[in-house]
Write a protein that binds this ligand. Structure first.
Ligand code: ZN
Ligand code: ZN
Length: 351
C-alpha cells in the first residue's frame, strides 16, 4: 500500500487498489485553507509499541472488506471508472434513493409521505407530522413502539415541523465524490493514524448535507471541528439530532470542499477512520475512503444495526445523545469519541 508519491492533482491518476491492480480513480487537489477551527493537538509521548500493535490488529482483522463497503452503501470506485458508485443496501433497496434533475416528487424521510416541491422548486409544501424516533420492538408489550412518545407503530406522529424533508440525492452528486489522497512518501505519519469521525446532517433543498464534521484521535482528543455551510437553501437544521440551529448553519465559515481539505491535512488513503454508520458521513463528505471500522457493523448481532446510544450504554456504561453539554441535540464530538472508545473496548476484549 505504501508508495512514494506527492499529493496528486485533480486530474485522473493511476492508483493501486486493494488487490494491487491498477485503477483509474480521482482524487482532489489540495489547496491551502485558512483553518480557524483546526486544532492540532500537541504531540504526546505515545506508547508507540502498544499503538503499533493495536494499529496492526485493527488493520488485519477489523477493517471492512471491499465487498462489505459495497454492500453497506459506502461510496466506492469501480475499476476503470472515474465516477463513484453507491449501491442500495438491505435497508433502502426498496426506496427511491436517487433523483433525476427533472424529478419534482420527494419522499419525506421523517413522515414517509410523498410530497411535491412548490412551483419554483424551492419549498417543500405541507406540515410534517412525524415521530422523531423510528419504532423499535418493545419486549414488554411485544409490539413496535416509537421511543419518542411510546405510541405504537402506525399511530399519528408526536412532533410537527413546518416542512417535509428528504434524504434522497441527485444522481450527479456521485460525480462530486473524490478519493482520499495518497500518502506523501513511505514515512508519512498520516499513514499510521486512527481517527474517530462523526458528521451532523441538515436538510436542504438539494437533500441532506453536512452541517458539522468532528474528528478525534485515538486518545479521544478533539483534533478537528468544522461547521459547514451547505450553500444551498436550508429546509431544516435538524436541530434535535444535529445540535445545530439554522443560524449556526448559515453563519458557518466553511464549505464542503474546505471541510474536506482540513480532513486531508490529517489523513491519507492508509489512515483508519472509525465511525458509526460511516457510509452516511462519507457520502455527505462526498468522499470514498476504504480503510474504515464501522461500530454499527462491528457490534451488530441482529439484522438491525444497533444505535450508538445503545452500544455506549451496553458496552461503555455511559449515556450519550441525551445529557451532553448543550443538551439540544447530538454532539458529534461525543459521538466520534464514543466510536473510538467502542473500538478500544472491542480490541481489549477480543485480542
Ligand atoms: Zn414529512
Ligand atoms: Zn413519537
Amino acid at each position: 500500500m505504501f508508495r512514494n508519491c506527492a499529493i496528486e492533482s485533480s486530474s485522473s491518476i493511476k492508483v493501486e487498489n486493494q488487490q494491487g491492480q491498477e485503477d483509474d480513480q480521482t482524487t482532489e487537489e489540495m489547496v491551502e485553507t485558512n483553518s480557524p477551527n483546526f486544532v492540532y493537538v500537541p504531540e504526546r509521548r505515545l506508547d508507540l509499541e502498544n499503538y503499533f500493535n493495536i494499529y496492526t490488529i485493527i488493520s488485519t482483522h477489523l477493517l471492512l472488506s471491499m465487498q462489505d463497503l459495497i454492500n453497506w452503501g459506502f461510496p466506492f470506485f469501480r475499476k476503470g471508472s472515474r465516477v463513484a458508485n453507491i449501491r442500495p443496501t438491505v435497508y433502502n433497496k426498496d426506496k427511491k434513493i436517487w433523483l433525476k434533475r427533472e424529478d419534482k416528487m420527494r419522499n419525506c424521510c421523517r413522515c414517509d409521505l410523498e410530497f411535491k416541491l412548490s412551483k419554483n422548486g424551492k419549498k417543500s409544501l405541507g406540515e410534517c407530522v412525524h415521530h422523531p424516533y423510528r419504532a423499535i420492538f418493545d419486549l414488554r408489550t411485544c409490539t413496535p413502539i416509537h421511543p419518542c412518545c411510546g405510541k405504537k407503530f402506525g399511530e399519528a406522529g408526536c412532533k410537527s415541523a413546518k416542512l417535509h424533508v428528504f434524504d434522497q440525492l441527485f444522481l450527479n452528486e456521485l460525480e462530486k465524490i473524490v478519493m482520499t489522497p495518497f500518502e506523501n512518501g513511505l514515512f508519512d505519519p498520516k499513514s499510521l493514524s486512527i481517527f474517530g469521525i462523526d458528521c451532523e446532517m441538515v436538510y436542504t433543498i438539494a437533500g441532506p448535507a453536512i452541517g458539522r464534521m468532528t474528528v478525534v484521535n485515538w486518545y479521544g482528543e478533539l483534533v478537528l471541528d468544522v461547521r459547514v455551510n451547505p450553500n444551498v437553501k436550508l429546509l431544516d437544521a435538524n436541530t434535535q439530532f444535529s445540535g445545530l440551529t439554522s443560524e449556526d448553519v448559515k453563519s458557518a465559515p466553511d464549505c464542503l470542499k474546505s471541510c474536506r481539505q482540513k480532513l486531508f491535512k490529517l489523513i491519507n488513503r492508509n489512515s483508519i477512520l472509525v465511525g458509526h454508520s460511516l457510509e452516511c458521513d462519507l457520502t455527505a463528505l462526498r468522499l470514498s475512503h476504504i480503510r474504515v471500522v464501522d461500530t454499527s457493523i462491528l457490534f451488530q448481532t441482529t439484522k438491525h444495526k444497533p444505535s450508538l446510544k445503545k452500544l455506549a450504554q451496553e458496552y461503555l456504561g455511559k449515556s450519550i445523545q441525551s445529557d451532553n453539554k448543550n443538551n439540544i441535540g447530538h454532539d458529534s464530538e461525543e459521538d466520534a469519541r464514543t466510536c473510538i472508545e467502542l473500538l478500544q473496548h472491542y480490541v481489549k476484549n477480543n485480542f
